[in-house]
Write a protein that binds this ligand. Structure first.
Ligand code: TXA
Ligand code: MG
Length: 326
């Protein structure tokens, strides 16, 4: 990873007034990283439609793997352009949005959330937060905004601008300060994928309130008779049909090639994650390029060695899962 992208930035502290909100939205539209308040915790926000911007989130957080992220929207109408809502999802959205509820639904055909923010899944996690400042930024940004909690990986979620700045200062473009958050725990996550809504993460909306709306008990992820739906399990969903061979020097006959860095040669059926060797660019292309090569129908996708540093760790984590025997 290009260290300068994440470690040498001057992080601005923005007031949550009209000028600060406009600047935060402008930074996001330009691909920047902004910690902003929601009613649950501060989120580390980036343009969810830009793989490169989303890669910046993982770099700033030093997240070792690409978990799928929640995309935030200003209202139900814009959320419905990204995901397909069944009757349960619609009832839950109408009851609890704006608020601390995230719905995992099938991505719509017109979904603009990047592969990286969805970790290559065919589903998408959507949330309409209740915080007025978050709402104003989302409305001004005019696109889905990915935002995990604004803390470094392995640390406690940030519930104030000071916490976010302490963890991420120097790594992100700005912190929008609206004082401490109200809820303090993350949103409740419910998957509405097959008619039987499942609780993926307890959070700001109590389970009983959700069950009251859907008129039935929530399936708890991992309950007997229902396959668990943890991101780790879901990760295997984007494993390509082709086998994956890692740390390859060059493709063998019949293999597609996923390169990285300046290639001396060009091969048929090949894509390069980043010709300049930029790990952030590589991360943003990873899921899409694997899918594109897979559609060519090779027996094997051979992958060049990716350095195990910065975002390379997360890229290699995903590649090893894709290469695991199955
Ligand atoms: O309160 C919140 O939800 C905060 C604020 C900032 O909005 N955000 C937050 O985001 O907690 P994050 O990215 O840390 O939470 C993402 C969670 C992960 O546990 C992930 O597994 C789950 O959402 N998730 C996201 N997309 C998913 C998907 N398509 N399928 C299953 N789980 C998904
Ligand atoms: Mg978190």
């Amino acid at each position: 990873m290009n260290q300068s992208l994440s470690t040498t930035r001057q992080t601005k502290l923005l007031a949550a007034d009209a000028a600060g909100i406009a600047e935060a939205a402008e930074l996001l539209r330009a691909g920047g990283l902004v910690a902003l308040p929601t009613e649950t915790v501060y989120g580390l926000a980036a343009d969810a439609t830009s793989g490169t911007a989303v890669a910046g989130i993982y770099a700033a957080k030093e997240r070792p793997s690409f978990n799928p992220l929640i995309s935030h929207l200003p209202d139900l109408a814009s959320a419905r352009r990204q995901g397909l809502f069944d009757a349960n999802a619609l009832a839950l959205a109408q009851s609890f949005w704006p608020g601390p509820l995230t719905l995992v639904v099938p991505a719509s055909p017109g979904c603009t959330v990047s592969d990286l923010a969805r970790a290559g899944l065919t589903t998408v996690a959507l949330r309409v937060p209740a915080h007025p400042v978050a709402h104003a930024v989302l409305a001004a940004a005019g696109r889905p905004i990915a935002a995990p909690s604004a803390n470094r990986s392995g640390r406690i979620s940030a519930t104030s601008a000071e916490d976010a700045l302490g963890d991420l200062g120097g790594r992100i473009d700005a912190v929008l300060d609206a004082g401490p958050t109200e809820v303090g725990v993350e949103s409740t996550i419910v998957a509405c994928l097959d008619g039987a809504p499942r609780l993926l993460r307890p959070g700001g909306v109590p389970r009983s309130a959700i069950e009251h709306v859907i008129g039935r008990p929530l399936v708890i992820a991992g309950d007997a008779g229902h396959a668990p739906i943890s991101p780790g399990m879901l990760a295997s969903h984007y494993a390509p049909a082709a086998r994956v061979r890692l740390e390859a020097q060059a493709p063998q006959p019949g293999e597609a090639w996923l390169g990285f860095g300046p290639d001396e040669q060009t091969y048929p059926d090949s894509l390069n994650l980043s010709p300049t060797g930029d790990l952030r660019e590589a991360a943003s292309h990873l899921f899409g390029y694997l899918r594109r090569l897979d559609t060519l129908g090779p027996t094997t996708i051979a992958v060049a060695r990716i350095p195990e540093q910065g975002l390379g760790e997360a890229i290699n984590d995903r590649l090893r899962r894709a290469a695991a025997p199955r």
